[in-house]
Design a protein around this ligand. Structure first.
Ligand code: GLA
Length: 373
């Protein structure tokens, strides 16, 4: 499988060559030994308790990662010890997998998935249908928007090819991401539905079709709808309505993913809990898919300096959230943090995750302590 031509890919290719893993396609995973780490590539992993082990019996604990982290230095040991589920932060998005029609670049994503499978770690596939980071060719032909029929056919092909490629390796897919944006300023919506290209060209049943195609491609994979701000009552209603309507049509949906990008004072834990409980009442599961706690009071407010007092507040916030997850463990199967270490996290400027320079922060210890309560 050709790797992409980016500098990141080149770096990885060099690493793979050095470790004797180059050309490792999906099928060779079982036979390939774990990539030996270059001696000087990453900090030593201190002997700390494991998050996954601490929450065993409650839910899986995971994180978003990427090929460099699972293959370089000691970071892969940290990930394998701390987490029992992972998601690729970017590498499984359509923009990266399918830049050109009919051509797939699975190389980078395969590195993450194969590493996880080899290490007995579950994989969440993220994501098949989204208005951002879509395959750049998918909505148009010769510069004009494609018809509904063409877009449905393209979506079907993409989902069959990608879910088929990872059949038996991906535990759960985010089939559709962020379809709703009720009342969100600056976003074109209709009755709370985001008027994305998917929505405008196919209509609201693009979601049902996506779930149907994903189920056809891998009947054993769990299928999720994923969104942010799921604690908001307006979005909660739209999501519950979506789940009900798919169930009524006999279309498989296994659960709802709550991104849960959070701040020191937002969202209200009780609101997120209310959504989680309502979702469970419909007989489907919850995954917390992209948890982080930015060092900001709330969305849009300035980043606070990471003083011991602010890091303590972040730790308490993580503890509050995990306390709620624990008391709803019957309804929650997995909790994933959106990043391993602050410097590489999506919201790195706000130091939002549990490790810094791959060393545990107060928030890590608070989450560990919460497990024992
Ligand atoms: C959303 C998406 C994620 C990621 C973040 C930003 O939450 O679901 O895949 O792109 O935005 O990194």
């Amino acid at each position: 499988m050709p790797l992409t031509a980016s500098p990141r890919a080149a770096l990885l290719a060099a690493l793979l060559l050095a470790s004797g893993c180059a050309g490792g396609a999906a099928s060779s995973a079982a036979a390939t030994p774990a990539a030996p780490a270059p001696a000087d590539a990453a900090p030593a992993v201190p002997p700390i308790p494991s998050l996954a082990r601490a929450y065993q019996g409650s839910f899986l604990v995971g994180a978003a990662t990427n090929p460099a982290q699972v293959l370089m230095g000691d970071t892969h040991e940290l990930i394998a010890r701390q987490f029992n589920v992972i998601v690729a932060d970017n590498d499984m998005k359509p923009l990266l997998l399918n830049r050109r029609e009919g051509r797939y670049e699975f190389g980078m994503a395969d590195q993450v998935v194969d590493w996880a499978v080899k290490n007995g770690i579950k994989v969440r596939g993220h994501c098949l249908v989204w208005h951002q980071q879509a395959a750049p060719w998918i909505f148009t032909q010769d510069g004009t928007p494609v018809s509904r029929e063409v877009l449905i056919a393209r979506m079907r092909t993409y989902i069959h090819d990608v879910v088929g490629h990872y059949k038996g390796k991906v535990w759960a897919w985010d089939v559709v991401n962020e379809a709703f944006a009720p009342g969100e300023p600056g976003i074109d919506t209709e009755m709370g539905w985001r008027r994305s290209d998917w929505y405008r060209i196919i209509g609201p049943d693009y979601i049902a079709l996506a779930f149907q195609f994903a189920h056809e491609a891998d009947p054993d994979a769990l299928l999720f709808y994923n969104d942010y701000d799921t604690e908001s009552p307006a979005k909660r209603q739209l999501i519950l309505e979506l789940v009900r309507s798919l169930q009524k049509k006999g279309i498989r949906i296994d659960g709802v993913g709550h991104q849960a990008h959070s701040y020191l004072s937002q969202p209200d834990v009780a609101d997120l809990e209310a959504t989680i409980r309502e979702v469970a009442r419909l007989g489907v599961k919850n995954h917390v898919t992209e948890l982080d706690v930015s060092l900001r009071e709330r969305w849009g407010s300035p980043v606070l300096e990471a003083t011991p007092a602010v890091l303590k507040r972040q730790a308490e916030r993580y503890a509050d959230l995990f306390r709620m997850f624990k008391r709803n463990r019957e309804a929650i199967d997995a909790v994933l943090i959106w990043g391993i270490s602050d410097e590489t996290a999506w919201r790195k400027e706000a130091q939002p995750v549990l490790f810094s320079e791959y060393r545990p922060k107060p928030a890590f210890w608070a989450v560990i302590e919460e497990a024992a309560r």
